[in-house]
Design a protein around this ligand. Sequence first.
Ligand code: NAD
Ligand code: DAU
Length: 346
Amino acid sequence: MRILVTGGAGFIGSNYIRYVLREHPEDEVINLDALTYAGNLENLHDVEYNSHYHFIKGDIARPDDVSKAFSLGVHGVVNFAAESHVDRSILNPEAFIRSNVLGTQVLLEAARQAKVDKFVQVSTDEVYGSLGEQGYFTEETPLAANSPYSASKAGADLLVRAYGQTYGLPLNITRCSNNYGPYQFPEKLIPLMIIQALADKPLPVYGDGQNVRDWLHVEDHCRGVDMVLRRGRPGEVYNIGGHHERTNLEIVNQILAELGKPLSLVQFVQDRLGHDRRYAMNADKITRELGWQPQIDFPIGIQQTIRWYLEHREWWERVRSGEYQEYFAHQYGDRTENTPAGGRAE
Ligand code: NAD
Ligand code: DAU
């Protein structure tokens, strides 16, 4: 099978490409990525010369770029390409609508014309909104997105559904909880906190630190997406979750403990606007239908991830240069010394 992976130079996409080339060496992968600030071909340095891997620099919102990829012959599409950071969506929603909504529609249209065997939309638990202290999101939970990011992902999900209903495009939507693991861009909670702690700098925790996320290792997510691509029932949505709900403060404290750093590095900062309180997934359907289960326990996964960041200092020092520095300065001010103002909208 020749698989078009969009956003393959990002965190999850690059892990997915590596997974496919390892687990299905007979397959071919075309990586279509615009190489935004989050896209980095260094994430794929080890497969760069694999004859079953091809890279095309292109934007999923540009029909010409997408046509170029489809001209190679595509049997399956896995759409990871997106603007993915909630805080950035609060600062600049427009980019999210363009890539996540328009981009998905352009891709769907090309997939329809090419009569692909399967289109998988990689979505998120955030489209369901926020939970109170009890309960879990199921695939039937109504969409109730609260941030420009999650609204753009929900819009994309509805377009994907519409292409199935209207044109009969064989598709699936996966909705996954928070990922962690190697190659995650250090604007997201876990890598950011590891790197701040390594430098003995303050760890900015939004609000009271009691917001809950469900953490899943990226390798487990990739395996789930791949099962859905190959065996998911056309038209179905599959939740993917880690069964590992923790408050942000618990995660941050665990990172500090692993690194032998003091809790005094925690700094409570202004809350994220519209900050969802709790996400928790019921992922029974993918387990029941496809036999998927998470395999990497969080205590092991977090230790491996911390080690990865310790051993790849050059990688994160490079990605933290350039445009990222501007964003970082705008978002938090100089976090090295002062109290940052996380999530502010200016
Ligand atoms: P990321 O920001 O690390 O990577 C996104 C990639 O998409 C980058 O390589 C970027 O260059 C590329 N991209 C962005 N806009 C593009 C465009 N218009 N055309 C082509 N390429 C473009 O994101 P990630 O964390 O790897 O997330 C990947 C996908 O998984 C996203 O769709 C996200 O919504 C979804 N997701 C992420 C998580 C998570 O915890 N990170 C959880 C559930 C779902
Ligand atoms: O739930 C899946 C989603 O997980 C994905 O769809 C998104 O693409 C991905 O970015 C992630 O979104 P979150 O907003 O949950 O992830 P983030 O790492 O930005 O934040 C996790 C939690 O930590 C959230 O409650 C906000 C908090 N946080 C985050 C940062 C960056 C802090 O307290 N301080 C911080 O500096």
